[in-house]
Design a protein around this ligand. Structure first.
Ligand code: ADP
Length: 197
């Protein structure tokens, strides 16, 4: 399956993406994680993206698209992947369509986790004290949320129009959210999801 998970910062998509890729046996690709690794390792890409990450801005499309294109060309994701954090605007969405179509493929499903704003702010501020992520300060969090609704919500709307968006409530215990995701997938793709839920 070629799938992605999206949702506002703090919705828990990173955690759920990891669990999903384990359960479904497909490799995950998290653009945020790849960027953070590059920053940590002081690579040329890391040097280029650090300021964008710290300010809570999107990394420019050309850098992001190139990184995803290279990653999706690797053997371990040729037959399926779970993208986390991409596409984040409609121009990246168009780029992903082109990448996949070049191989005769298309996205099968877009999962969306929904969480209300007050809960998101609470979670992100808590995360800031735990992980020390440099983009988890109050001001930057507000900015990232604003960007999400302006840039990324239209991506969800586009997938919804295509009929491939599965929207799942992201509040409540982590295990509950995971069960909801599996149930939603199972309802849409009974054949691809053998084994017990
Ligand atoms: P969150 O969703 O909690 O903000 P991510 O790990 O998905 O966390 O992303 C962290 C940061 O990485 C973003 O704020 C942005 O700077 C950068 N980033 C990740 N994915 C993309 C993308 N597709 N396009 C541009 N920038 C991205």
């Amino acid at each position: 399956m070629r799938m992605l998970i999206m949702g506002p910062p703090g919705c828990g998509k990173g955690t759920q993406a990891e669990r999903l890729s384990q359960r479904l046996g497909i490799n995950g690709v998290s653009t945020g994680e790849v960027f953070r690794d590059h920053v940590k390792d002081l690579t040329p890409l890391g040097r280029d993206v650090k300021a964008h990450l710290d300010a809570g801005n999107l990394v420019p499309d050309d850098l992001t698209n190139r990184m995803v294109r290279d990653r999706l060309a690797q053997a371990d994701v040729r037959d399926g992947f779970l993208l986390d954090g991409y596409p984040r605007n409609t121009s990246q969405l168009a780029e992903l369509d082109i990448m996949l179509a070049a191989e005769g493929h298309a996205l099968d499903v877009a999962l969306q986790l929904t969480v209300d704003n007050a809960e998101l702010a609470r979670r992100l501020l808590h995360r800031a004290t735990v992980t020390g992520r440099t983009d988890d300060t109050e001001e930057v969090i507000r900015h990232r949320l604003k960007l999400y609704y302006r840039e990324t919500e239209p991506v969800a709307a586009a997938y919804s129009e295509r009929g491939i968006l599965l929207s799942v409530e992201g509040t409540g215990p982590e295990d509950k959210v995971f069960d909801r995701l599996l149930a939603a997938l199972h309802a849409s793709f009974p054949d691809a999801m053998d084994g017990p839920l």
